[in-house]
Design a binder for this molecule. Structure first.
Ligand code: PLP
Ligand code: COI
Length: 340
């Protein structure tokens, strides 16, 4: 079978139903083997724990077609590991990371015709997730769970692709100290919906959140970690216990040090430092590396010297190297690229 008839070059970041998904159920203390199914619907009891108490965690990764025509994923073991941590924090049974990687491969293989061709600018987004499925009314964890993976072909997360975006410093907090900011739980995104709609209504592309305790330090955005480039070409990225440990950010830190010979600082980053930076970018699976041209803090505009027209030169080097590794143009560190 050939590739689907999709206008790959004009995809946004949206849901397109693909042919197959993976489903595994947890009951009586164990996960079943799981199956690939064509059925995209889920039937749940009205009192399912996920519906009442939001007991759900998820992941996001992508499949790529490389320059030489292979289908690959990027560091899926790290997504499997992070899902384990997320599940533990919400008192859900762990779906083992080895089974996770196998299930990702099976799901992508089944949807091979939806993996966008090399050079199209699109990728196949993979969404693993799990949720408490049996009826729970007193506040406690579910007894039964479902783990699923679906896929959807996607283009850039932010409209305009590599065009710099404008973000605002949010008055809403994303995560509390000792809370759930470091895991990938649906609840972290539910609470950000009000803030993102409000930001869009006011003409901003995203919210940059501050640490909830002191509101002086930068944390991350609703769906990505943050990187800064200093005027002397160092990469600076916020370190905090309440941000998601982004796999893209961890990979960029390695790329900056080992491929580009840059100095890297992973440390607390203060709001008051913003005007010192030369470039800023948002990094994540969906965002890849999206340049930020302007940050607005209650009317104070911080315009990054890289401007609003194109990605800054150092951000561009990081972007080119990371996507070069993902698409097989640049040799990857051992274990980063997993063939389907
Ligand atoms: N931060 C948040 C809140 C996210 O939702 C994501 C997306 O996964 C990221 C950061 C980036 O993480 P990763 O690079 O692992 O996709
Ligand atoms: C991802 O990058 O995979 C995410 O989950 C972020 C989300 C905002 C789409």
């Amino acid at each position: 079978m050939g590739k689907k008839d999709i206008d790959w070059g004009n995809l946004g970041f949206g849901y397109i139903k693909t042919d197959y998904r993976f489903v595994s159920n947890y009951k009586d203390g164990r996960w079943d083997e799981g199956v690939i199914t064509g059925d995209s619907d889920i039937v749940l009891n009205e009192c399912a724990c996920v519906l009442q108490y939001a007991q759900t965690v998820f992941e996001g990764l992508k499949a790529y077609t490389t320059e030489d025509g292979r289908t690959v994923t990027f560091r899926p073991d790290l997504n499997g590991e992070r899902l384990e941590h997320s599940a533990e924090r919400l008192k859900m049974p762990v779906y083992p990371k080895e089974s996770f990687v196998e299930a990702v491969k099976k799901t992508v293989r089944a949807n091979e015709d939806f993996v966008p061709p090399y050079g199209s600018g699109a990728t196949l987004y993979i969404r693993p997730y799990m949720f408490g499925s049996d009826p729970i009314i007193g506040v406690k964890p579910a007894n039964e769970y479902q783990f699923r993976i679906f896929t959807t072909p996607v283009g850039p997360y932010f409209k305009g692709g590599a065009k710099p975006i404008t973000v605002r410093i949010s008055d809403f907090d994303r995560a509390a100290p000792h809370g759930t900011g470091h895991i990938k739980a649906g609840l972290n995104y539910a609470m950000s919906l009000y803030a993102i709609v409000d930001a869009h209504e006011k003409g901003f592309d995203e919210n940059m959140y501050l640490d909830a305790a002191s509101r002086t330090k930068l944390e991350e955005t609703g769906g990505a970690n943050i990187i800064f480039i200093t005027r002397d070409n160092k990469l600076v990225t916020p370190k905090s216990d309440s941000i998601l440990p982004s796999i893209t950010r961890r990979s960029l830190v390695y790329v900056a040090k080992e491929y580009l010979g840059m100095e890297v600082e992973e440390r607390e980053v203060y709001l008051s430092e913003l005007s010192d930076f030369a470039e800023c970018g948002l990094c994540g699976t969906a965002a890849v590396v999206s340049p930020v041209g302007k940050i607005v803090d209650h009317g104070r505009e911080i315009c990054l010297p890289a401007g609003m027209e194109s990605m800054g030169p150092v951000t561009k080097k990081l972007y080119d190297t990371l996507t070069g590794i993902q698409m097989g143009r640049i040799e990857a560190p051992k274990g980063w690229i997993v063939e389907i």
